[in-house]
Design a protein around this ligand. Structure first.
Ligand SMILES: Cc1cc2nc3c(=O)[nH]c(=O)nc-3n(C[C@H](O)[C@H](O)[C@H](O)COP(=O)(O)OP(=O)(O)OC[C@H]3O[C@@H](n4cnc5c(N)ncnc54)[C@H](O)[C@@H]3O)c2cc1C
Length: 357
């Protein structure tokens, strides 16, 4: 019998296991292979791999520094914002840490204490509440179905969370996008994170991120909106604006959540809490999610230690500031996503800077 079983060893799950691993009996499972730094995973997390200042602050609070082999070049200080509708470009200073996302996740897992049982290439299937109120968990590992029992089951299994789907009885789910990324051999030096706004492609945004000798082009579009055609239309428009894309060497995709209302964030119920993107913790304005994964894992770790008999109520209390943060992002969103307000904001030049060539 475990105290906690965590489904998903991404940033949220691995952080929770790291924080509680010495105090409680924990098993954490993931469908990816995250224990071997050198292996190539069967599933790869589709992500920009940029650590924004809020995520950097959480790493600082945890007393962590990122090893150099997890970084990729260039480190980025500039956001190039391109508004295709209004035909305006501006540059803003913002410091990101540019990482190799797969290696970053493996590094987080490597810090889980040895007392924790880490099971990789294991797929969570279902749970049921047993007579004594404990939880029976079933998962597949190496083609075999395994059954374990736990007092608390944590869903840290990302945007397409199986745990959330199994406990969520209503339809208050965040707006869901399909994100597509392609990696191209880079012909020229582009030391910016570009964020691209174009209502014909998406009501969210698209991006380019340099990663060593590759350039990532990504977008998040509505699933019903012919996602790949939209992606190709975006690429054509960027080529017309002077972007150069070499041969494509890799593609990936994932669901991406955008909580438009606070009640779309689901903390779970009773002894089945949700953290990270599984709960809907992600910025609705920028899709920055790593800081929310760290913060929600930390909030839940405190709740489990302080009020094991009333986890969700305590977790709710611990995430008050995070809800205010999401509310502030909602207030900022019109200035990014309303064509007219964005034009005024960008034309004003507020906070922007000139690039000296
Ligand atoms: C295209 C894209 C770009 C992004 N770029 C950035 C960025 O640059 N910076 C940023 O801060 N955020 C970014 N985000 C958001 C960020 O990736 C997420 O918010 C963050 O990864 C959430 O962490 P998590 O631990 O909650 O979930 P995840 O990172 O999704 O981890 C969930 C884990 O659960 C595992 N899992 C899922 N289902 C099962 C199952 N049934 N059984 C076993 N294991 C399972 C998965 O393998 C995975 O390891 C981006 C998201 C997308 C889609």
């Amino acid at each position: 019998m475990y105290d906690i079983v965590i489904v998903g060893a991404g940033p949220a799950g691995a952080t929770l296991a790291r924080l509680l691993g010495k105090k409680l009996k924990i098993l954490i499972m993931d469908k990816r292979q995250l224990l071997d730094m050198n292996s190539k995973s069967n599933f790869e997390k589709c992500c920009g791999g940029l650590l924004a200042p809020d995520a950097q602050q959480m790493l600082a609070k945890f007393g962590l520094g990122i090893p150099k082999d997890i970084l990729v070049g260039p480190q980025l200080f500039t956001v190039r914002t391109i508004d295709i509708q209004n035909n305006i470009e501006q540059y803003y200073q913002r410091h990101y840490i540019n990482v190799h996302r797969e290696k970053f996740d493996k590094w987080l897992v490597s810090m889980v204490p040895p007392e924790v049982t880490v099971v990789c290439e294991a797929v969570f299937k279902r749970f049921e509440i047993a007579n004594d109120n404990n939880i029976k968990v079933q998962y597949f590992e190496q083609g075999k179905e395994r059954t374990i029992y736990t007092k608390v089951l944590v869903g840290a299994d990302g945007a397409f969370s199986t745990v959330r789907r199994k406990i969520s009885l209503d339809s208050r789910n965040p707006k869901t996008y399909i994100s597509i990324q392609e990696y191209y051999k880079m012909n020229s030096n582009l030391p910016y994170f570009s964020s691209i706004f174009d209502d014909d492609i998406t009501d969210f945004y698209s991006w380019t991120i340099p990663k060593d000798d590759l350039l990532v082009l990504g977008t998040a579009v509505m699933p019903k909106n012919k996602p790949y055609e939209k992606f190709m239309a975006l690429k054509k428009k960027l080529i017309l604006r002077g972007f150069e894309f070499g041969p494509c060497v890799k593609k990936n995709g994932a669901y991406l959540l955008r909580p438009e209302k606070l009640d779309q964030i689901c903390l779970g119920k009773a002894n089945i809490p949700l953290i990270g993107e599984a709960a809907g913790w992600i910025s609705p304005s920028s899709a920055e999610g790593l800081s929310y994964s760290f913060k929600s894992a930390y909030a839940l770790a405190n709740a489990i230690q302080k009020r094991p008999d009333s986890i969700i109520a305590e977790y709710y209390r611990n995430t008050n500031k995070l809800r205010i943060n999401i509310r502030l992002k909602h207030l900022k969103s019109p200035f990014m996503y309303n064509t007219f307000l964005r034009k005024i904001a960008m034309k004003s030049g507020l906070m922007s800077m000139d690039i000296i060539n």
